[in-house]
Design a protein around this ligand. Structure first.
Ligand code: GLY
Length: 379
C-alpha cells in the first residue's frame, strides 16, 4: 500500500480561482499540495471575474476561439459536481444559478446568426423578438428589440467560489500561504527540484515533484518558463448596484452585462482595457458601464452604486490559455484564461491533475500546450 510520503508533492503559485481549483483537484486525487499566493486569495484576475458560466455567450458575443469554447462547454458540465465536492468539504454553500443568458442584440439578423453559431457549437439557443425577450426578462429598455436566449448557462458568485475553495483546502490540510512571492525554480539536471519562495522576509526552497504556475504574469519565472511572456493584462472595471426593486432574474448581456447576485446586488461589467496593468478606477468608464446598464434595464437609473472595482484578466497574444508543461521538466502552467477563468476552472484543474498524476493530456486541453508559443516568444 502506498503511504502518504509516496504521494507526489505539488507546489502551486497563485491563489486565484485557477490555482485554488488545481490545488483542490490535485489534493483530492492524493497529491501533497502547497499553495503560495503573492497577495490575498482571489487574486487580481478573480477580482475582475463576474462568475458567468456562459461558454456559448462568450463564443458568439465575445468571439472566444473555437478550442476555448469547446473546453469551456466541457467545463460547464463539470461545474455541478465540482461545486458539490467543494461544498461537502468546505461546509460552505456554493450555489450555481442555472437561469440562462439573455443577449440583447441590435438587429434580428445578428440574433439569428448568434443563435445559429451557438447551436453549431452544440448549445441550445433561440433567437427572440421583443416579446420573447420580455417574456424572459421584464423591464428591458425600449431599444431591446432582438436577442438570443441561451438556456443552459448560469453564474456562480466568484467570492463564494474563492471562499469555499480556500475552506475546502484547509479542510484537506493543504499548506496555503498568503503574501508569499515566488522567486524562481531550482532544478537538477534540467528537472524541477524546488520552488524558491519568499515569505515573512525569508526565502525558502519548497521541494516538490511538480509545480503549477497559476499566478499569471510572474516576472520571476519568465526566464524559466518562456510561454509566460505571452501573457498580458486586460483590465476590467466593474460596479455593484443595489438591486432592491429591480427584478433581474438572469444574466442579461448587451453593451454591458448585468448579473443578479443572491445578496440582492446587481453587478455590472465590464470594461476591457488591453494592456492596462493598473487597478485605477475611472469615473468615465464606470459612467459608460452604468449608462449601458440603464439602457438594458431602465429601472437601474435609480439604483444606488454600492461598490466599484477593477481586476486584471490574464490575456495571451494568441487568445488561448496556457495549460501544460513549460520550462524545466515538472513545471506546468495554468494561466491566460482571459475572460473565462471561473468557467474553465474545473476543466483546467482536471487537465492539470491528469498531466501531473497520470502523465496524460486530455484531448480538449491539447490546443493550449505552452509549447505552441515557442515561435511567438522567441526574441
Ligand atoms: N467573464 C467576463 C469578463 O471577463 O468580463
Amino acid at each position: 500500500m502506498k503511504s502518504v510520503t509516496d504521494a507526489p508533492r505539488v507546489a502551486i503559485t497563485g491563489g486565484g480561482i485557477i490555482g485554488l481549483s488545481c490545488a483542490f483537484a490535485l489534493a483530492q486525487a492524493g497529491a501533497r499540495v502547497s499553495l503560495f499566493e503573492r497577495g490575498e486569495f482571489g487574486g487580481a484576475a478573480s477580482g475582475a471575474a463576474a462568475g458567468m458560466l456562459a461558454p456559448n455567450a462568450e463564443a458568439v458575443q465575445d468571439g472566444a476561439e473555437a478550442a476555448v469554447a469547446e473546453f469551456c462547454r466541457h467545463s460547464l458540465t463539470l461545474w455541478p459536481d465540482f461545486a458539490a465536492r467543494i461544498e461537502k468539504l468546505s461546509g460552505e454553500s456554493l450555489p450555481l444559478s442555472w437561469s440562462g443568458s439573455l443577449i440583447v442584440t441590435d438587429t434580428a439578423e445578428e440574433a439569428a446568426d448568434m443563435a445559429e453559431a451557438a447551436r453549431a457549437g452544440g448549445g441550445k439557443a433561440e433567437a427572440l423578438d421583443r416579446e420573447g425577450l420580455l417574456a424572459r426578462q421584464a423591464g428591458l429598455g425600449e431599444e431591446a428589440g432582438h436577442g438570443v436566449w441561451l438556456p443552459e448557462e448560469g453564474h456562480v458568485d466568484p467570492r463564494a467560489a474563492v471562499s469555499a475553495l480556500v475552506a475546502a483546502l484547509r479542510a484537506m490540510d493543504v499548506e496555503i500561504v498568503e503574501n508569499a512571492s515566488v522567486r524562481g525554480v531550482e532544478t537538477r539536471r534540467g528537472a524541477l527540484r524546488a520552488l524558491r519562495v519568499e515569505h515573512d522576509g525569508a526565502t525558502r526552497s519548497v521541494a516538490c515533484d511538480a509545480a503549477v504556475i497559476a499566478s499569471g504574469i510572474e516576472p520571476a519565472l519568465a526566464g524559466s518558463c518562456p510561454a509566460l511572456r505571452l501573457l498580458y493584462p486586460v483590465k476590467g472595471q466593474m460596479l455593484a448596484l443595489d438591486g432592491a426593486g429591480v427584478a433581474l432574474s438572469r444574466v442579461v448581456r448587451g453593451g454591458a452585462y448585468l448579473i443578479p447576485r443572491a445578496d440582492g446586488e446587481i453587478w455590472v461589467g465590464a470594461s476591457s482595457e488591453h494592456g492596462a496593468a493598473d487597478m485605477k478606477l475611472q469615473d468615465s468608464v464606470i459612467r459608460r458601464l452604468r449608462r449601458a446598464a440603464e439602457r438594458l434595464m431602465p429601472a437601474l437609473a435609480d439604483a444606488a452604486e454600492l461598490r466599484r472595482w477593477a481586476g486584471l484578466r490574464p490575456g495571451t497574444r494568441d487568445s488561448l490559455p496556457l495549460i501544460g508543461a513549460d520550462g524545466p521538466e515538472g513545471v506546468f502552467l495554468a494561466a491566460g484564461h482571459y475572460r473565462n477563468g471561473v468557467l474553465a476552472a474545473p476543466a483546467t484543474a482536471e487537465a492539470i491533475t491528469a498531466m501531473i498524476l497520470e502523465g496524460e493530456t486530455p484531448e480538449l486541453a491539447a490546443p493550449f500546450a505552452p509549447a505552441r508559443t515557442s515561435a511567438l516568444t522567441r526574441v
